[in-house]
Ligand binder design. Structure first.
Ligand SMILES: [Mn+2]
Length: 178
């Protein structure tokens, strides 16, 4: 199964457009959004092309293929204008026998078992880290990358996570243990 995983669009129509181009190119089974969809948030500067209404219009036609969890910038008013659920704290996907625990990253993490994967956004910094038992995977940010990281999304396919820039070039990867 192929998944496209992305986070922290923060209302940028410019970068959402590039994400959708990647979505067209990659043809994943689902687009997993790890939160912070529309609002820029008071801690961030406005991203390029800040236009939340355009982001809504871009994501609406693909709503049935989107799986989304709540970011710390997503509230009830965002749910009123987005056609897929955005207020769930987490989602668990099972892919190739692995549990992928998807959450934004600002909430406490439940106990996870050896061989589980924690997928997060929130920090805007791509990361892959072995933690107590599980592996912490951060897909970085689509629109406001931090610590010099590229504007990013991730692909999961056949047991491998690929971190990619918006042009689709993989700059990091992690192969899951069988
Ligand atoms: Mn964010």
């Amino acid at each position: 199964m192929k998944l496209l995983i992305a986070s922290d669009i923060h209302g940028s129509a410019t970068w959402c457009e590039k994400l959708l181009a990647a979505y067209e190119r990659e043809r994943p089974k689902k687009l997993v959004l790890l939160g912070d969809i529309l609002y820029h948030g008071p801690r961030n500067d406005l991203p390029d092309g800040y236009a939340p209404k355009q982001v809504i219009a871009m994501l609406t036609p693909i709503a049935k293929d989107v799986l989304c969890v709540q970011g710390n910038c997503d509230t009830e008013v965002d749910q009123m204008v987005l056609p897929f659920p955005v207020l769930n704290g987490y989602a668990v996907l099972f892919a190739d026998g692995k549990a992928l625990y998807c959450t934004h990253g600002h909430r406490p993490v439940p106990p996870l078992a050896e061989g589980d994967y924690l997928l997060c956004g929130h920090t805007h910094v791509p990361k892959c880290e072995k933690r107590e038992g599980y592996v912490y995977i951060n897909c970085g940010s689509v629109s406001i990358p931090k610590e010099g990281s590229p504007h990013s999304y991730m692909i999961y396919e056949d047991g491998i996570f690929y971190w990619k820039n918006m042009e689709g070039e993989a700059y990091m990867q992690y192969e899951c243990k069988k």
